[in-house]
Design a protein around this ligand. Sequence first.
Ligand SMILES: [Zn+2]
Length: 268
Amino acid sequence: MEKLNILGTGHAMTLDCYNTCFTLQNNIGEYILVDTGGGLQILKQLRDSSIDFRKIHHIILSHKHTDHILGLFWIIRYAQKFLDSNNYEGKLNIYMHPELESTIRKIMFEVLPKKFTDLIDNKIIFNIVEDKEERKILNYNMKFLDVYAKKDRQFGFKTTLENGKTFVFLGDETFDEKLRQEVQNVDWLLHEAFCMDSEAEIFKPYEKMHSTVKTASEIAESLNVKNLVLYHASDNDLKNRKRLYTEEAKQYFNGNIYVPDDLDIIEL
Ligand SMILES: [Zn+2]
């Protein structure tokens, strides 16, 4: 069964949950890691999800913000012991848009010692992808999509799962109408929701190009998607977040709603 292993569900500044990132797990237990969160905790989240790093050969990065890429530096430190001991089959592939690749490369060569950077372009491959480019990753035909982010350039992707369902990841900014054709009628949509509608005055999601649960749900309804995953959320009421967000989403969206906590598993 294909699954989403939710590693983190928070926005950039959450302390009580990890930053938003997840793995897509295929039918034979291989993973694509999508974003890496903001730090060392990515390794804890993978461990606590019982994900064997040797089953991750593909990492997709959406954009350059700290809460999405800095986990990668720790993954590379961690990967080194596997890659250098030949305790890892094949190469580790990282997919990102051109500007992001140059950012990552620059920082990496500044901050990582040689034994780690020696792996880059050797056992760790940086794959530059363009808007609308399709790449075969595991059994998935991934179509990379510029999500028209207002802050920094950001890519999501669309794919068809092994079970035949369509799946769209849109990074961490509100859906842009220019993507309607790609997203309309999909089975799975992953969309950010920064806070509830009643909290918009406090957290000001719109200023950050984020949505409330209400606006994200209205978008999903207008797109006729079947399953909506809401994440990249606040942690101010983590204990009740799943219940409260789900209740709000239900008022505006008729499909299935998922408001995961860290380490939740969603069967696709
Ligand atoms: Zn973010």
